[in-house]
Design a binder for this molecule. Structure first.
Ligand code: SAH
Ligand code: SF4
Length: 384
């Protein structure tokens, strides 16, 4: 495990330089990803009169996050001189597309290049009643869950807030999703932080990005349309609940510490008991805001009847839903997917105990876009 994973969880793993606006000594400042106060401060630092700054910040916010403007020239309600000032000092940079793959089932996987040349993956999953964008919080992941392809990627850094929110902006461009109201008419109605990376090792940037996604003047997704998935970074869980207000998913995957230590190595640091305590402390926990327990079904490893019974015992009293995820294979993976009838029997036991136990249909498998299959192509190419 790298030193990132063992850093004290309350220390941000890297500093998001883009949240600290300054008068661009080394080039223009990217306005994307700045929280509102930082956006305003950046405008003032570039010469916007103090008394106009709040109005200008609101106008820019509308353009960037309400209308999806990609350049300042499009901002027709701003005077020409002011647009020139913006062009001189700022950019509206987004991740760049490297490849876009569309699955037979409509799932789209974007490989996006971020600053420094590294690549991340973002996945769009259309369903009948919703469209979910699965976004990445890190390039790769410092954790090494043994069933996850992302965990085998060596190249790792935190994404900035701009790069996190940039994935949403990019996908909305590609799906022509700007200007659709109400939210139900949009292609992207929900966001899950279930792409590459451990969001709670990059909480400050994830929070800033999600605050932007929830802001009513822009992307305006309600907090209950956003789900953050963690492998169990216990000391950051409650803060995430308080500061973002989103829903929580927990990558549980095993019912004994012995097995979980193998599957989700962070368990050696924060074990099942500690994780469940953090779940019980989750803000606003109720039947309306249940925790999703994700459980990957690995043949002969964690899929017995005894596991199912232990699982419901462990989470007793926690408003929860159990999402069973048939293992998605990747080249060289050391596991197999549980048989469908095993998954069904497991689901029935959990269901009988009073928990919804949907089995997640693998999406975009043909383009390696399903859960746990993400790993950027640049890394794959380099290895080859
Ligand atoms: N790092 C975070 C979020 C990203 S993973 C986390 O671990 O929660 C999203 C979900 O996919 C997690 O529950 C993860 O454990 C699961 N997953 C990882 N690899 C998988 C695979 N090969 N097959 C099925 N699910 C997998
Ligand atoms: Fe990282 Fe999540 Fe994959 Fe584990 S499952 S290696 S925490 S991305």
């Amino acid at each position: 495990m790298s030193s990132l994973a063992s850093a004290p969880a309350t220390t941000p793993v890297t500093q998001d330089v883009l949240t600290v606006p300054r008068p661009a000594p080394d080039g223009p400042v990217n306005l994307v990803g700045l929280p509102r106060p930082a956006l305003r401060a950046a405008l003032v630092a570039a010469g916007t009169p103090e008394e106009q700054a709040s109005m200008r910040a609101a106008q820019l916010w509308q353009w960037i996050y309400g209308k999806g403007a990609r350049d300042f020239a499009a901002m027709t309600n701003l005077a020409k001189d002011y647009r020139a000032l913006l062009v001189e000092n700022f950019t509206l940079a987004r991740p760049e597309l490297v490849t876009r793959q569309v699955s037979a089932d409509g799932t789209r996987k974007y490989l996006l290049r971020v600053a420094g040349g590294a690549e991340i993956e973002t996945v769009y999953i259309p369903e009948e009643d919703r469209g979910t964008l699965c976004i990445s919080s890190q390039i790769g992941c410092t954790l090494t869950c043994s069933f996850c392809h992302t965990g085998t990627q060596r190249l790792v850094r935190n994404l900035t807030a701009a790069e996190i929110v940039g994935q949403i902006l990019y996908a909305r461009d590609d799906l022509e999703d700007w200007g659709r109201t109400p939210v139900e008419k949009r292609r992207i109605t929900n966001i899950v932080l279930m792409g590459m990376g451990e969001p709670l090792y990059n909480l400050d940037n994830v929070r800033d990005a999600m605050k932007i996604a929830m802001d009513g003047e822009g992307i305006a997704l309600s907090r209950r349309r956003i789900t953050l998935s963690t492998s169990g970074v216990v000391p950051e869980m409650v803060r995430a609940g308080e500061e973002i207000g989103c829903l929580l998913a927990v990558s549980f995957h095993a019912t004994t510490d012995e097995v979980r230590d193998q599957l989700v190595p962070i368990n050696r640091k924060w074990n099942i008991a500690a994780l469940l305590d953090a779940c019980r402390a989750w803000p606003r926990l109720s039947n309306a805001e249940r925790i999703t327990f994700e459980y990957v079904m690995l043949k002969g490893v964690n899929d017995s009847d005894a596991d199912a019974r232990r699982l419901v015992k462990l989470i007793a009293g926690i408003p929860a839903k159990i999402n069973l995820i048939p293992f998605n294979p990747w080249p060289g993976a050391p596991y197999e997917r549980s048989d469908p009838d095993r998954i069904e029997t497991f689901a029935r036991i959990v269901n009988k105990a009073g928990y919804a136990s949907p089995v997640r249909t693998p999406r975009g498998e043909d383009i390696m876009a399903a859960c746990g299959q993400l790993k950027s192509a640049s890394e794959r190419a380099r290895r080859r």
